[in-house]
Design a protein. Structure first.
Length: 686
């Protein structure tokens, strides 16, 4: 790494002339000298000093300030259809040789070298075997800058508490990273469904069960993990624990990161849980105290009102009303309402239904083919008189006329919720993935964008897939949409977050990339042809980061082999091999990256920090993510901002501390910066 900077050079950056290409620069509006603006009373003086600080002047023997980093300013060329975006590097990065297979991918810099590492899981409930036979479930992959190294066994990430006849690694399903003990490295939550032990069968016919629990794993800074105390309350030993997603969040902004955990999966509806950090890195159940309690499924009014448990498939946390408190979300499978918890001073308020997140407004039930079958046989039943004839062969009991017409049954099978400001209006919108079947009719929710209206109480509009350019054309009468995983990335550095949707598990399903053409107040996408990005059948799981540190975002995608059918389109591949796609558009638009580190009163990993970038009439907003998605997904903590033609930008960081301290800088394009709260940005280019 090379570092540059002392406070003086930010003035030079802010006032530099001639760094724009084609007049595309941004008027910084920064305080003289580029000094930080905080809530603590410090501000810029006309002579470049700072309120609240004594200006003693530089000592006579002080060396001159380090030279400012020059903007690396490219001639902007907007992406156009017909221009390839990616090239496959699966072999070059060693993933083929390592035979890395999976559908659940999480990103984190585990060894602190500035390179994004990856943890991949197959998704099956299996334990890794070491030195016996090649049974794998989990890969911990260290990024070397040009490839991946398998450090799974050496990392201790799969450490077990039990005693087994052979060397075995703990089964892993959900993974999320955060600095739990604020020592400067990323620790991990490793979640596991503990309802039944995981069976292992050896080649010699020997069988045994692996009985482990969810765990907190403490990192020593070199990607070497260790288990916490056997009495760790997060283990939920002898309690029902069915985690399906995780999002680290400092909900009370006390500087110690907490854990929001969705529960349920494919099992019965369960209570989602918030584990609160006691300040020493120990997570204790604080669900009830925070006002997050839900109820058993017994009352239709409570279920329709989103007051009952979820059958969750993912968790998320993001600030949806820009008040500095992060809302908590769980997306639910099995036509259970999605939950949205509005963060308030007193705790959390249930806003799932009122916000429009629980399900959409389409309550038409008669399009369900099995409802039509029922009505064919029961024309006298309520609402059945005018229902059309079914086009399926009736006889399968797949409709309950009493509950099938209820709002909750006309929702969706939600896999993941992605928090992103799609239209650059400074408000975070949502995209939800949904499994949808043709026979369920239009009443069943499909994957779509939920546009944030800016209401302090949090409300969304659903303009629909056609209006936002997310139309998906089906050539056959019978079809299935297996939208389970998704993520966003600014592929072409134009300052807009593009959307990748992993469609999986059903015939005809493949990954879809939608190029973002939105303007403030209007969400609009255009689908990218596979020839311009890549074709990947049954695309399940994704990881996004600038893995090669060249100024654009790369993608690793997973593959599902569920419901394979050699006679159907987009069939499964021979293995669940993950694939690496390197972005080739780094020189088409300008960019900068920001690695935040919290100071006193802020969690060290800065999870929940909000960064706003001004680009003309557009405001780009991102938050440092603590995990999201189906059974655990996570983007790199390092925030990447495309700047299009601009060579610099005004950047405001709002830290997730009690005071919501802010700092504002003007940053030049083409660099990665490390910012410690209260300090100045430091260049950390490769």
């Amino acid at each position: 790494m090379r570092a540059a900077g002392s406070a003086g050079w930010w003035l030079a950056v802010a006032l530099a002339a001639g760094c724009q290409s084609g007049g595309g620069g941004v008027d910084s509006g920064a305080a003289p000298g580029g000094q930080t603006e905080t809530d603590g009373g410090a501000g810029a003086l006309p002579d470049g000093g700072v309120f609240g600080q004594e200006d003693t002047g530089a000592p006579p023997d002080d060396p001159p300030d380090a030279a400012p980093p020059a903007p690396v300013c490219e001639t902007y060329a907007p992406w156009q259809a017909g221009t390839p975006m990616f090239v496959e590097r699966t072999d070059a990065w060693g993933l083929s040789a390592l035979k890395v297979e999976g559908t659940r991918l999480s990103v984190g810099d585990l060894d602190g070298d500035g390179l994004a590492d990856v943890v991949v899981r197959r998704g099956a409930r299996r334990a890794d075997l070491f030195g016996v036979e090649p049974q794998r479930n989990t890969w911990v992959l260290r990024n070397t800058g040009g490839g991946f190294e398998d450090i799974t066994e050496a990392s201790g990430f799969l450490a077990v508490r039990g005693t087994y006849p052979v060397a075995v690694g703990r089964p892993v399903e959900v993974v999320a990273f955060a600095d739990l003990d604020n020592d400067g490295d990323l620790d991990a939550y490793s979640g596991l469904d503990t309802r039944e032990p995981v069976p292992v069968a050896l080649a010699d016919g020997t069988t045994f069960d692996v009985s482990e629990t969810s765990e907190v794993l403490i990192n020593d800074g070199n990607a070497s993990f260790s288990l916490t105390s056997a009495q760790d309350p997060l283990r939920r030993e002898r309690l029902q624990d069915v985690p399906s997603g995780a999002a680290f969040v400092d909900f009370d902004r006390d500087g110690a990161v907490d854990l929001w955990m969705s529960q349920g999966g494919l099992g019965a509806p369960l209570q989602d849980r918030l584990f609160v950090n006691d300040g020493a890195g120990v997570l204790r159940d604080g669900t009830s105290a925070a006002g997050l309690t839900t109820r058993q499924w017994s009352n239709l009014g409570e279920i329709n009102g989103g007051q009952a448990h979820t059958t969750a498939w993912s968790a998320a946390a993001c600030d949806l009303n820009d008040d500095g408190r992060l809302e908590l979300l769980t997306a639910s499978y099995g036509r259970a309402p999605n939950h949205l918890w509005l963060a308030t001073e007193a705790g959390f308020e249930n806003r799932g239904v009122a916000s429009g997140y629980a399900f959409d407004d389409d309550m038409e039930w008669s399009g369900d083919q099995f409802a039509r079958c029922y009505c064919q046989a029961n024309r006298g039943a309520s609402g059945c008189a005018g229902v059309p004839t079914a086009v399926v062969q009736c006889g399968q009991p797949n409709w309950d006329h009493d509950t099938g017409r209820e709002p909750f049954r006309l929702g969706g099978n939600s896999g993941a919720t992605v928090c992103t400001d799609f239209d650059n209006d400074g408000r975070i919108d949502l995209y939800t993935t949904e499994i949808r079947h043709w026979w369920a009719g239009e009443g069943a929710d499909g994957g779509e964008v939920l546009v944030n209206t800016g209401d302090p109480e949090v409300r969304f509009e659903r303009p629909g897939r056609d209006a936002t350019g997310l139309t998906l054309v089906h050539d056959e009468v019978s079809w299935d949409e297996g939208f389970i995983t998704a993520g966003t990335l600014d592929v072409d550095n134009d300052g807009r977050e593009d959307l990748y949707v992993g469609a999986t598990d059903y015939a005809g399903n493949r990954g879809h990339l939608y190029h973002n053409a939105s303007t403030p107040g209007g969400v609009l996408f255009e689908e990218v042809a596979t020839a311009d990005f890549f074709e990947h059948n049954r695309s399940h799981g994704m990881a996004v980061a600038d893995f090669d540190r060249d100024g654009d975002l790369d993608v690793i995608v997973g593959h599902s082999r569920a419901r394979c059918d050699a006679q159907a389109p987009n069939n499964c591949y021979e293995t669940m091999q993950v694939r690496f796609f390197e972005n080739t558009l780094a020189n088409r638009g300008n960019w900068f990256q920001l690695d935040l580190e919290g100071g006193a009163g802020t969690n060290r990993a800065a999870i929940g920090a909000r960064v706003s970038v001004t680009l003309g009439e557009r405001t780009l907003v991102q938050e440092v993510n603590g995990g999201y998605g189906h059974f655990g997904a996570q983007r790199d903590r390092v925030l990447h901002f495309g700047l299009a033609e601009a060579c610099e930008a005004v950047v405001t960081v709002r830290w997730p501390d009690a005071a919501l301290t802010t700092q504002t800088f003007t940053l030049p394009a083409g660099h990665r910066f490390h910012l410690v709260q209260g300090g100045e940005p430091t260049v950390v280019d490769p």
